[in-house]
Design a protein around this ligand. Structure first.
Ligand code: MEV
Length: 309
Protein backbone atom coordinates (compact mmCIF):
# COMPACT_ATOMS: atom_id res chain seq x y z
CA UNK A 1 0.00 0.00 0.00
CA UNK A 2 1.25 3.48 -0.79
CA UNK A 3 0.33 6.04 1.80
CA UNK A 4 -0.42 9.66 0.89
CA UNK A 5 2.88 11.52 0.78
CA UNK A 6 1.40 14.57 2.54
CA UNK A 7 0.32 12.48 5.51
CA UNK A 8 2.46 13.25 8.56
CA UNK A 9 4.45 10.30 9.93
CA UNK A 10 3.03 11.02 13.38
CA UNK A 11 -0.36 9.92 12.11
CA UNK A 12 0.82 6.39 11.39
CA UNK A 13 0.00 3.82 14.01
CA UNK A 14 2.42 0.98 13.45
CA UNK A 15 2.28 -2.75 13.95
CA UNK A 16 4.95 -4.48 16.02
CA UNK A 17 6.96 -7.62 16.57
CA UNK A 18 8.25 -8.87 19.90
CA UNK A 19 11.83 -10.07 19.47
CA UNK A 20 12.09 -11.50 22.99
CA UNK A 21 9.93 -11.42 26.09
CA UNK A 22 6.27 -11.95 25.21
CA UNK A 23 4.17 -13.22 28.13
CA UNK A 24 7.00 -12.44 30.60
CA UNK A 25 6.26 -8.74 29.96
CA UNK A 26 2.77 -9.24 31.43
CA UNK A 27 4.49 -10.06 34.78
CA UNK A 28 6.63 -6.91 34.83
CA UNK A 29 9.71 -8.34 33.08
CA UNK A 30 11.41 -6.54 30.18
CA UNK A 31 10.59 -7.37 26.57
CA UNK A 32 12.60 -6.46 23.49
CA UNK A 33 10.41 -5.37 20.63
CA UNK A 34 10.10 -3.04 17.67
CA UNK A 35 7.58 -1.41 15.42
CA UNK A 36 7.34 -2.70 11.85
CA UNK A 37 6.95 -0.72 8.65
CA UNK A 38 3.26 -1.56 8.27
CA UNK A 39 0.43 0.09 10.08
CA UNK A 40 -2.85 1.96 10.17
CA UNK A 41 -3.49 5.60 9.28
CA UNK A 42 -6.38 8.03 9.12
CA UNK A 43 -8.20 8.59 5.84
CA UNK A 44 -11.17 10.54 7.16
CA UNK A 45 -11.78 11.88 10.67
CA UNK A 46 -14.92 13.96 11.09
CA UNK A 47 -15.95 15.16 14.54
CA UNK A 48 -18.78 17.57 13.68
CA UNK A 49 -22.04 15.66 13.81
CA UNK A 50 -24.28 16.05 10.75
CA UNK A 51 -27.99 16.04 11.68
CA UNK A 52 -29.24 12.50 12.28
CA UNK A 53 -25.82 10.82 11.94
CA UNK A 54 -24.32 8.39 14.41
CA UNK A 55 -20.66 7.55 15.03
CA UNK A 56 -19.07 5.17 12.54
CA UNK A 57 -15.72 3.43 12.09
CA UNK A 58 -14.55 1.88 8.82
CA UNK A 59 -11.40 -0.04 7.88
CA UNK A 60 -12.13 -1.59 4.49
CA UNK A 61 -8.97 -3.76 4.39
CA UNK A 62 -10.16 -5.49 7.58
CA UNK A 63 -13.84 -5.53 6.53
CA UNK A 64 -14.72 -3.36 9.52
CA UNK A 65 -17.75 -1.08 9.26
CA UNK A 66 -19.30 -0.54 12.70
CA UNK A 67 -21.09 2.05 14.78
CA UNK A 68 -20.32 2.71 18.44
CA UNK A 69 -23.54 1.09 19.64
CA UNK A 70 -23.26 -2.66 19.00
CA UNK A 71 -21.76 -5.61 20.87
CA UNK A 72 -19.15 -6.19 18.14
CA UNK A 73 -15.72 -6.14 19.89
CA UNK A 74 -14.48 -3.34 17.60
CA UNK A 75 -17.66 -1.36 18.28
CA UNK A 76 -17.14 -1.75 22.05
CA UNK A 77 -13.54 -0.56 21.73
CA UNK A 78 -14.60 2.39 19.54
CA UNK A 79 -17.26 3.39 22.09
CA UNK A 80 -14.74 3.12 24.96
CA UNK A 81 -12.32 5.39 23.08
CA UNK A 82 -15.00 7.99 22.28
CA UNK A 83 -15.86 8.01 25.98
CA UNK A 84 -12.19 8.35 26.99
CA UNK A 85 -11.85 11.24 24.51
CA UNK A 86 -15.05 12.80 25.86
CA UNK A 87 -16.58 12.89 22.37
CA UNK A 88 -20.23 12.32 21.45
CA UNK A 89 -19.60 11.74 17.77
CA UNK A 90 -16.89 10.73 15.31
CA UNK A 91 -16.87 9.40 11.77
CA UNK A 92 -13.53 7.70 11.23
CA UNK A 93 -12.22 5.90 8.18
CA UNK A 94 -8.83 4.22 8.45
CA UNK A 95 -6.51 2.52 5.99
CA UNK A 96 -4.30 -0.43 6.86
CA UNK A 97 -1.61 -2.57 5.31
CA UNK A 98 -1.09 -4.54 8.51
CA UNK A 99 -2.50 -8.09 8.67
CA UNK A 100 -5.22 -8.31 11.33
CA UNK A 101 -5.29 -10.87 14.18
CA UNK A 102 -1.80 -12.11 13.28
CA UNK A 103 0.16 -11.27 16.45
CA UNK A 104 1.49 -8.09 14.84
CA UNK A 105 -0.24 -5.57 17.09
CA UNK A 106 -3.16 -4.82 14.78
CA UNK A 107 -5.60 -4.07 17.59
CA UNK A 108 -3.18 -1.61 19.22
CA UNK A 109 -2.48 0.03 15.85
CA UNK A 110 -6.24 0.31 15.30
CA UNK A 111 -6.70 1.91 18.73
CA UNK A 112 -3.80 4.35 18.30
CA UNK A 113 -5.07 5.35 14.83
CA UNK A 114 -8.58 5.93 16.22
CA UNK A 115 -7.20 7.91 19.18
CA UNK A 116 -5.17 10.12 16.84
CA UNK A 117 -8.19 10.57 14.59
CA UNK A 118 -10.62 11.57 17.34
CA UNK A 119 -8.15 13.67 19.36
CA UNK A 120 -5.71 15.13 16.81
CA UNK A 121 -4.42 17.84 19.14
CA UNK A 122 -4.09 15.70 22.26
CA UNK A 123 -0.81 15.10 24.10
CA UNK A 124 1.15 11.86 23.76
CA UNK A 125 -0.13 10.77 27.18
CA UNK A 126 -3.78 11.46 26.29
CA UNK A 127 -3.48 9.53 23.02
CA UNK A 128 -2.01 6.60 24.97
CA UNK A 129 -4.86 6.78 27.51
CA UNK A 130 -7.55 6.82 24.80
CA UNK A 131 -5.84 4.01 22.84
CA UNK A 132 -5.40 1.87 25.96
CA UNK A 133 -9.11 2.28 26.77
CA UNK A 134 -9.80 0.58 23.42
CA UNK A 135 -7.02 -2.01 23.71
CA UNK A 136 -8.38 -3.09 27.11
CA UNK A 137 -11.65 -4.08 25.36
CA UNK A 138 -9.71 -6.50 23.14
CA UNK A 139 -7.15 -7.83 25.61
CA UNK A 140 -8.63 -7.42 29.12
CA UNK A 141 -5.30 -6.75 30.82
CA UNK A 142 -2.63 -5.89 28.24
CA UNK A 143 0.93 -5.07 29.30
CA UNK A 144 0.70 -1.92 27.15
CA UNK A 145 3.66 -2.88 24.95
CA UNK A 146 1.67 -2.92 21.70
CA UNK A 147 0.20 0.57 22.14
CA UNK A 148 3.55 2.02 23.25
CA UNK A 149 5.36 0.61 20.21
CA UNK A 150 2.60 1.52 17.81
CA UNK A 151 2.94 5.13 18.94
CA UNK A 152 6.75 5.29 19.04
CA UNK A 153 7.72 3.37 15.91
CA UNK A 154 11.08 2.42 17.45
CA UNK A 155 13.07 -0.60 18.63
CA UNK A 156 12.92 -0.57 22.40
CA UNK A 157 12.99 -2.40 25.67
CA UNK A 158 9.59 -2.24 27.36
CA UNK A 159 8.60 -2.73 30.98
CA UNK A 160 5.06 -2.45 32.30
CA UNK A 161 6.22 -0.18 35.13
CA UNK A 162 8.47 2.20 33.24
CA UNK A 163 7.28 1.94 29.63
CA UNK A 164 9.55 2.13 26.60
CA UNK A 165 13.31 2.69 26.65
CA UNK A 166 14.22 3.20 23.00
CA UNK A 167 17.46 1.51 21.85
CA UNK A 168 19.94 3.31 19.69
CA UNK A 169 20.34 0.79 16.89
CA UNK A 170 19.77 0.79 13.12
CA UNK A 171 16.57 -0.71 11.63
CA UNK A 172 16.62 -4.49 11.85
CA UNK A 173 15.48 -6.51 8.80
CA UNK A 174 13.34 -9.51 9.75
CA UNK A 175 11.22 -12.04 7.92
CA UNK A 176 7.62 -12.22 9.15
CA UNK A 177 5.47 -15.20 8.18
CA UNK A 178 1.77 -15.59 8.91
CA UNK A 179 0.35 -18.95 9.99
CA UNK A 180 -3.12 -17.84 8.91
CA UNK A 181 -4.43 -19.22 12.21
CA UNK A 182 -6.27 -16.52 14.17
CA UNK A 183 -5.80 -16.41 17.93
CA UNK A 184 -6.89 -14.45 20.95
CA UNK A 185 -4.23 -12.67 23.00
CA UNK A 186 -6.53 -12.63 26.05
CA UNK A 187 -7.04 -16.40 25.78
CA UNK A 188 -3.30 -17.10 25.51
CA UNK A 189 -2.47 -14.74 28.40
CA UNK A 190 -5.08 -16.53 30.54
CA UNK A 191 -3.71 -19.93 29.53
CA UNK A 192 -0.21 -18.91 30.67
CA UNK A 193 -1.62 -17.50 33.92
CA UNK A 194 -3.31 -20.84 34.67
CA UNK A 195 -0.12 -22.77 33.87
CA UNK A 196 1.97 -20.58 36.17
CA UNK A 197 -0.51 -21.16 39.01
CA UNK A 198 -0.22 -24.95 38.62
CA UNK A 199 3.27 -25.62 37.38
CA UNK A 200 6.60 -24.33 38.71
CA UNK A 201 8.24 -25.12 35.32
CA UNK A 202 5.99 -22.47 33.77
CA UNK A 203 7.09 -19.84 36.32
CA UNK A 204 10.72 -20.84 35.64
CA UNK A 205 10.09 -20.41 31.89
CA UNK A 206 8.85 -16.85 32.52
CA UNK A 207 12.04 -16.05 34.49
CA UNK A 208 14.18 -17.57 31.73
CA UNK A 209 12.40 -15.51 29.06
CA UNK A 210 13.09 -12.39 31.14
CA UNK A 211 16.82 -13.25 31.26
CA UNK A 212 16.88 -13.86 27.50
CA UNK A 213 15.37 -10.39 26.87
CA UNK A 214 18.04 -8.76 29.01
CA UNK A 215 20.79 -10.60 27.09
CA UNK A 216 19.08 -9.77 23.82
CA UNK A 217 19.26 -6.07 24.54
CA UNK A 218 23.08 -6.24 24.66
CA UNK A 219 23.23 -8.48 21.57
CA UNK A 220 21.10 -6.01 19.65
CA UNK A 221 23.18 -3.02 20.73
CA UNK A 222 26.37 -4.86 19.67
CA UNK A 223 24.74 -6.07 16.39
CA UNK A 224 25.64 -9.61 17.46
CA UNK A 225 23.18 -11.41 15.19
CA UNK A 226 24.39 -14.94 15.94
CA UNK A 227 23.78 -14.36 19.66
CA UNK A 228 20.44 -12.62 19.08
CA UNK A 229 19.34 -15.50 16.84
CA UNK A 230 20.35 -18.06 19.44
CA UNK A 231 18.43 -16.14 22.15
CA UNK A 232 15.36 -16.09 19.90
CA UNK A 233 15.61 -19.87 19.46
CA UNK A 234 15.91 -20.34 23.23
CA UNK A 235 12.93 -18.05 23.79
CA UNK A 236 10.89 -20.17 21.37
CA UNK A 237 11.69 -23.27 23.47
CA UNK A 238 10.50 -21.50 26.62
CA UNK A 239 7.31 -20.32 24.91
CA UNK A 240 6.78 -23.96 23.93
CA UNK A 241 7.03 -24.89 27.63
CA UNK A 242 4.37 -22.29 28.38
CA UNK A 243 2.06 -24.03 25.92
CA UNK A 244 1.60 -21.14 23.48
CA UNK A 245 3.38 -22.66 20.49
CA UNK A 246 1.46 -24.90 18.08
CA UNK A 247 2.57 -27.45 15.45
CA UNK A 248 2.02 -25.07 12.50
CA UNK A 249 4.22 -22.39 14.09
CA UNK A 250 6.85 -25.02 14.86
CA UNK A 251 6.81 -26.22 11.27
CA UNK A 252 7.25 -22.64 10.05
CA UNK A 253 10.14 -22.12 12.47
CA UNK A 254 11.83 -25.31 11.21
CA UNK A 255 11.48 -24.11 7.61
CA UNK A 256 12.95 -20.72 8.51
CA UNK A 257 15.93 -22.21 10.37
CA UNK A 258 16.58 -24.82 7.64
CA UNK A 259 16.62 -22.15 4.95
CA UNK A 260 19.18 -19.98 6.76
CA UNK A 261 17.64 -18.14 9.73
CA UNK A 262 19.96 -17.87 12.71
CA UNK A 263 16.93 -17.37 14.92
CA UNK A 264 13.20 -17.98 14.51
CA UNK A 265 10.34 -17.87 16.99
CA UNK A 266 6.68 -17.08 17.34
CA UNK A 267 5.97 -13.43 18.02
CA UNK A 268 3.21 -12.08 20.23
CA UNK A 269 0.80 -14.22 22.18
CA UNK A 270 1.12 -17.42 20.12
CA UNK A 271 -1.58 -20.06 19.62
CA UNK A 272 -1.54 -18.98 15.95
CA UNK A 273 -0.50 -15.64 14.51
CA UNK A 274 2.99 -15.16 13.11
CA UNK A 275 6.62 -16.12 13.37
CA UNK A 276 9.67 -13.91 12.92
CA UNK A 277 13.04 -14.99 11.53
CA UNK A 278 16.39 -13.26 11.85
CA UNK A 279 18.50 -14.10 8.80
CA UNK A 280 20.99 -11.32 8.08
CA UNK A 281 21.68 -11.24 4.32
CA UNK A 282 19.52 -14.35 3.78
CA UNK A 283 16.08 -12.78 4.26
CA UNK A 284 14.97 -13.36 0.63
CA UNK A 285 15.89 -17.06 0.79
CA UNK A 286 14.05 -17.57 4.09
CA UNK A 287 11.01 -15.63 2.90
CA UNK A 288 10.84 -17.67 -0.33
CA UNK A 289 11.10 -20.98 1.56
CA UNK A 290 8.17 -19.96 3.77
CA UNK A 291 6.16 -18.74 0.79
CA UNK A 292 6.82 -21.97 -1.11
CA UNK A 293 5.46 -23.85 1.90
CA UNK A 294 2.26 -21.79 1.55
CA UNK A 295 2.76 -19.14 4.25
CA UNK A 296 2.19 -15.48 3.46
CA UNK A 297 5.52 -13.81 4.31
CA UNK A 298 7.23 -10.47 4.03
CA UNK A 299 10.46 -8.76 4.97
CA UNK A 300 10.09 -5.85 7.35
CA UNK A 301 12.46 -3.20 8.66
CA UNK A 302 11.94 -3.15 12.43
CA UNK A 303 12.30 0.27 14.00
CA UNK A 304 12.40 2.20 10.74
CA UNK A 305 10.63 5.53 11.05
CA UNK A 306 9.16 5.57 7.54
CA UNK A 307 6.61 3.15 6.13
CA UNK A 308 7.33 1.13 2.97
CA UNK A 309 6.79 2.73 -0.48
C1 MEV B 1 1.59 -8.81 23.34
O1 MEV B 1 1.70 -8.66 21.93
C2 MEV B 1 1.83 -10.20 23.74
C3 MEV B 1 1.69 -10.55 25.20
O2 MEV B 1 2.94 -10.36 25.88
C4 MEV B 1 0.56 -9.84 25.93
C5 MEV B 1 0.87 -8.43 26.43
O3 MEV B 1 2.03 -8.05 26.54
O4 MEV B 1 -0.11 -7.72 26.73
C6 MEV B 1 1.41 -12.05 25.22
Amino acid sequence: MTYDSHRPTSNIAKGKVILLGEHAVVYGHPALAGAIDRGVCTKIAERTQPEGSTSRLRVSEWKIDVGADSQHPVSLAFAAMLKAADLQYADVELRSDLPAAAGLGSSAALCVAIARSVAPDASHQTIATIANAGEACFHENPSGIDVALSMSGQIAEYRKESGLSPLDCPPLPLVVALSGIPRSTAKMVNLVRERIAKDTCASAAIEDIADLSAEGRDALLKSDWELLGSLMNQCQDKLGHLGVSIPTLERMIRIARKSGASGAKLTGAGGGGSIIALAPGREQKVMRALQEAGFESFITQVGQSELRD
